[in-house]
Design a binder for this molecule. Structure first.
Ligand code: FDP
Length: 325
């Protein structure tokens, strides 16, 4: 198909059309959720454009500041807020809607300088009581999420979204400026051949994690050893896990008993997507989405991916608990 013919196609499922189709399943809907999602999509397009121009615009490099987590911020990181600000941002009452958005505008930002894929992660909740909005509304368990997604800025710009009805992936067509449905109804393989973890921390891992990785490398059941893939950019590592299967983990270790990844805008949205795609997400103690966060920037260990692979790590934690380890 030549380029003109391609841009003339009317059967393309754009993300706008997709979200409107979803909305039409709820006749009582007033369209607020659709507008919110559309605004998030526009934000992702904006970041995508900024990320792709980073080198040209001499934006690459440290901004010279640290964010609220004590991490160095890259220049691109300063554009949006949330993961980067200590307090929740309350919209003025006159403009207030009924949704809460938790997001990490630019995750994996230590990878900007070398051109590795980075991404935006987001989750959406509904306020409990519109007349009395408080910080508590932002600290709901992940199982209350209405939608979650991420946008990956890589060789192409890919947006993966779930509104609680499965997982769909869209790719930005730069000539149309629109995200097109390219990965309908994503299902994670039941079992994977890849494990993904920062093995530099192995010395500090707990026993179940150590045993699990040992099993990945030296399986005793006749299955082939798993491959290790770790980019160190959560969106890219989770995207690969979702499409190819396997396990992504950022476990607790002696130095970081709560792991590294933030519950609200990293652990919850990715866990929600994994479950919606048929996988699982586990903290080492419980289903990740059942966590009840106590603070905005709280962290949790996380194991997420293919159903069977997560079953294995759950079994190892259960037997270590039974042994009193
Ligand atoms: P980054 O510090 O580059 O922003 O939570 C942030 C994160 O990246 C994740 O995207 C990534 O999975 C993880 O940290 C990588 O951490 P390690 O460098 O400790 O492996």
């Amino acid at each position: 198909m030549d380029h003109q013919a391609e841009t003339n196609r009317t059967d393309l499922m754009t993300i706008t059309r997709f979200v409107l189709n979803e909305q039409s399943k709820y006749p009582e809907s007033r369209g607020d959720f659709t507008i919110l999602l559309n605004n998030i999509v526009v934000g992702c397009k904006f970041i995508c454009s900024a990320v792709s121009k980073a080198g040209l615009a001499k934006l690459i490099g440290l901004a010279g500041e640290t964010n609220v987590q004590g991490e160095e911020q890259k220049k691109l990181d300063c554009i949006l807020v949330s993961e980067e600000v200590e307090e929740a941002i309350f919209v003025p009452p006159s403009n207030r809607g009924k949704y809460i958005v938790v997001f990490d505008p630019l995750d994996g930002s230590s990878n900007i300088d070398c051109g590795v894929s980075i991404g935006t992660i987001f989750g959406i909740y509904m306020v409990k009581n519109e007349a009395k909005v408080s910080l508590e509304d932002a600290l709901q368990p992940g199982n209350q999420m209405l939608a979650a997604g991420y946008c990956m800025y890589g060789s192409s710009c890919t947006l993966v979204l779930s509104t609680g009805n499965g997982v769909n992936g869209f790719t930005l067509d730069p000539s149309l400026g629109e995200f097109i449905l390219t990965h309908p109804n994503i299902k994670i393989p039941r079992k994977g051949k890849i494990y993904s973890v920062n093995e530099g921390n192995a010395n500090n891992w707990d026993e179940p994690t150590t045993k699990y990785v040992q099993k990945c490398k030296f399986p005793q059941d006749g299955s082939p050893a798993k491959s290790l893939r770790y980019i160190g950019s959560m969106v890219a590592d989770v995207h690969r896990t979702l499409l190819y299967g396997g396990i992504f983990m950022y476990p607790a270790d002696v130095k970081s008993p709560n792991g590294k990844l933030r519950i609200l805008y990293e652990v919850f949205p990715m866990s929600y997507l994994m479950e919606q795609a048929g996988g699982q997400a586990f903290t080492g103690k419980q289903r990740a989405l059942d966590l009840v966060p106590r603070k905005l920037h709280e962290r949790s260990p996380i194991f997420l991916g293919s159903y069977d692979d997560i079953e294995q790590i759950k079994e190892l934690y259960a037997s270590s608990k039974a042994d009193g380890a």
